[in-house]
Write a protein that binds this ligand. Structure first.
Ligand SMILES: NC(=O)c1ccc[n+]([C@@H]2O[C@H](COP(=O)([O-])OP(=O)(O)OC[C@H]3O[C@@H](n4cnc5c(N)ncnc54)[C@H](O)[C@@H]3O)[C@@H](O)[C@H]2O)c1
Ligand SMILES: O=C(O)C(=O)C[C@]1(C(=O)O)C=C[C@@H](O)C=C1
Length: 367
């Protein structure tokens, strides 16, 4: 009989894991369950999953692998709900949540019932959400953190790694508390800071429109992640509250130091501040494939006139180029707008670029 995988939450991460599992285990039957039925149907239509389930309970009891890929507060709820079900004794349950300590504490309820729960967190992703953004290669070369409790047999851990082999990620075992401290520093605090910078710009833009127009490369680089799912980040901050509170104190202290640097305006001190940061930033390992490279985006300048989007999509459709996503980044009277078109492959992006250029559109590969 085919092995069955149930993915609860078929969004960016759940969908990408489904694709990676399909690649390595083509015999596995992958069932998706998502509160957002439309998203689940899209995942099935895109062959990311084999079917959409109406309820997760009926599928969970016959699944060999259950992956919780919803926001972390929902992961907790699902752990409780799964603990009440007669799961297969050999089944493995895992999650992909961005926090680990609270989830591992809650998972005791599953272990008490004899179920195997191994926490997980692939350290790659994007600011995009939903099945439409899922990519088979999203986790290639990324670290994939696993947090097995001491009672988990090595055999079960290997079995899970084998299920996830198609991610081509590097597995690392960590204690949940260490995980939350480290991800607090490199991921969760930076997200809070990105959101706060965007809010500061927004409040200035209220007074002077030009702030909005001139929010260019540097601002976009440092704030890309502020476009991520608010539900996901709300839950992460709730889960990692204690690490974040002390990191925010450190950040405030650093900002006091920066303020002094600016006030004193000492050339050497200012130079060294930037130079030390640059040295460390430049020394960070570069991954062969970063999160954002897994998406093939094309930016197109368009005039904000009626029918312009359908004109662009018709041109692409005539060339049989399939779009996976389209977004208006700026749409204002008398100012150029920017359309962000996303494609499945680099080849599609190149074809679209040629096609739009031939039709006199100004296009960019990066913004
Ligand atoms: N986005 C990233 O960069 C990233 C990276 C690593 C891990 N994660 C973690 O992965 C998880 C999913 O994030 P994502 O980026 O895929 O988000 P997403 O919004 O793309 O997908 C989450 C999906 O879960 C569904 N969902 C929400 N509550 C549900 C419930 N109770 N039952 C069933 N489905 C439910 C949503 O409808 C959505 O389709 C989160 O826990 C997040 O912390 C995210
Ligand atoms: O690249 C991005 O957009 C991400 O935010 C990815 C990112 C990160 O902070 O690095 C976000 C949360 C996840 O838990 C793991 C990865």
């Amino acid at each position: 009989m085919d092995r069955r995988v149930l993915i609860i939450g078929v969004g960016l991460i759940g969908g990408s894991i489904a694709l990676a599992i399909k690649k390595e285990h083509p015999d596995a039957y992958i069932i998706g369950y998502d509160l957002n039925e439309e998203n689940c149907r899209l995942a099935a239509k895109m062959n990311i999953i084999d079917m959409c389930a109406d309820s997760f309970e009926s599928e969970a009891i016959s699944s060999d692998l259950i992956i919780l890929a919803c926001p972390v507060e929902e992961v907790e709820q699902k752990i409780y709900q799964l603990a009440d079900l007669p799961l297969k004794p050999e089944a493995i349950i895992t999650d992909v949540g961005s926090t680990k300590a609270k989830i591992m504490q809650k998972s005791a309820v599953l272990r008490e019932k004899g179920a195997v729960f191994i926490g997980g967190h692939p350290m790659a992703g994007s600011h995009k959400s939903g099945a439409g953004s899922a990519r088979e290669h999203l986790f290639e070369n990324a670290f994939y953190i696993l947090t097995p409790t001491s009672d988990i047999e090595e055999k079960k851990l290997s079995e899970l790694k084998n299920w996830l082999k198609g991610t081509e990620a590097n597995f690392v075992v960590m204690e949940p508390e260490e995980h939350d401290m480290v991800t607090g520093v490199v991921s969760h605090l930076p997200h809070l800071i990105a959101a706060s910078i965007v809010r500061q710009v927004e409040s200035h833009a209220g007074e002077n429109e030009r702030v909005r127009w001139l929010a260019a490369g540097g601002f976009r680089d440092i704030t890309r992640i502020a476009s991520s799912s608010p539900a996901m980040w709300r839950d992460i901050v709730k889960h990692n509250q204690s690490s974040l509170l002390s990191l925010i104190d450190e950040w405030i202290e650093e900002m006091h130091f920066v303020k002094t640097l600016v006030q004193e305006s000492d050339e050497n001190n200012l130079y060294n501040y930037f130079s030390d940061a640059k040295k460390y930033r430049d020394s960070l390992p570069v991954r062969a494939r970063g999160a954002i490279d897994a998406f093939y985006d094309l930016y197109v300048d368009v005039l904000d006139t009626p029918g312009i989007i359908s004109h662009v999509t018709t041109l692409l459709a005539e060339e049989r180029i399939s779009l996976t996503n389209i977004r208006i980044l700026e749409a204002r009277e008398d100012v150029f707008g920017v359309l962000r078109l996303s494609f499945q492959t680099e080849e599609d992006r190149e074809k679209a670029n040629d096609c739009l250029k031939q039709n006199d559109f100004e296009t960019y590969l990066n913004m």
